[in-house]
Design a protein around this ligand. Sequence first.
Ligand SMILES: Cc1ncc(COP(=O)(O)O)c(C=O)c1O
Length: 406
Amino acid sequence: MKFDFDSVIDRKGTNSRKWDNCEEIFGREDILPMWVADMDFKAPEEVISAMRERLEHGIYGYTFRSESYNEAIINWVKKRHGWDIKSEWITFSPGVVPAISIGIQTFTQAGDKVIIQPPIYPPFYSTVRESGRIVIENELSYVDGHYKMDIAKLEEQIKAKDISFTNNTYGLNNKFDEKVKMFLLCNPHNPTGRVWTKEELLDIGKICTENNILIVSDEIHSDIIYSDYKHIPIASLSEELEQCTITCIAPSKTFSLAGLSASAIIIPNEKIRNMFNNTLETWHIGGGNIFGNVGLETAYRYGEEWLEELLVYLEGNRNYLIKYFEERIPKIKPVFSQATYLAWLDCSELGLEGRDLMDFFVNEAKVGVNPGTAFGEKYGHFIRLNIACPRSTLKEGLKRIQSAVN
Ligand SMILES: Cc1ncc(COP(=O)(O)O)c(C=O)c1O
């Protein structure tokens, strides 16, 4: 291998949310953090040196994004995902979660309904609920360790006039008969690691276009796809879908740049894009920061060779984990990740749930994980483990879990 993913880099003392916050989050310092979705690898050298060069300049005044920045995004999306996008479609957000929030604030109103597919990355709940919108849960079906979309249920939920909902943050627990306004898609899906197929995406697309529903597609994990799977941007499937989709991508998960707060938001529909940009302008958050802009452009322009090796390494980690659980901790069943560096672990056979399961991982195994309940209240018997770390760290984490279980 040309690149080094084996070295263990000390992240403590860098204000790392994953490594420096353990006492506060888990109640103890001596855990191995395998939670928040960022990587324990250094970014590609090209990215570090481009930022170093900019750093050396010494003046960090207001900045803007040039045509070459957009060109790097266009080429990346075309080469990696086969989607032809135009420069004017590209806009910005200081992160994908902020983009989801901007979408919710701009295109829905308090009391409107937004569909999500649990188990799901927690901000899919919070961005909707905290802005006084109503979450509609189109739960994924889980059969024989495999997750699928429940399209029939989705259609029913979207067509229903009187949908029961779970949001009462703002006292909105009356019955509304407004229809669903927005669909928050996570492709590939966090935490299940599913790469949605063309058929699944077309099914959703058909329902959303027929019912005038705006799709916000979070494709932040779309570069971390394993052998035999292919990411399809939902908007790339037809012109009609392009016109009703906001696609969110970022180099943050892919290249270890999550702290740079830079993401690219692709909005082909001019009216929707203008409204989105108007919100960015109203909040004065459209400029981005110098290092985010340099980091994003350099990563997309020069990061591909590094990414190819990273994918081999991460797939090795995924395979190692699956075999480890099969052979040594059969009571815990990992869901097979087709994408993402997140492992979704079914711990039903341990006979522990919710707080007790977390207590087991934190205080017995001493491994910092995300509780399943963060992804939906029904998932108390799951936990999520981040495997974007050197193999030796992964081995240590699994060894700790094994001794606790056995
Ligand atoms: C599906 C998904 N979307 C968004 C994010 C975070 O995006 P950002 O840091 O750009 O707001 C994450 C991070 O874990 C994620 O898993």
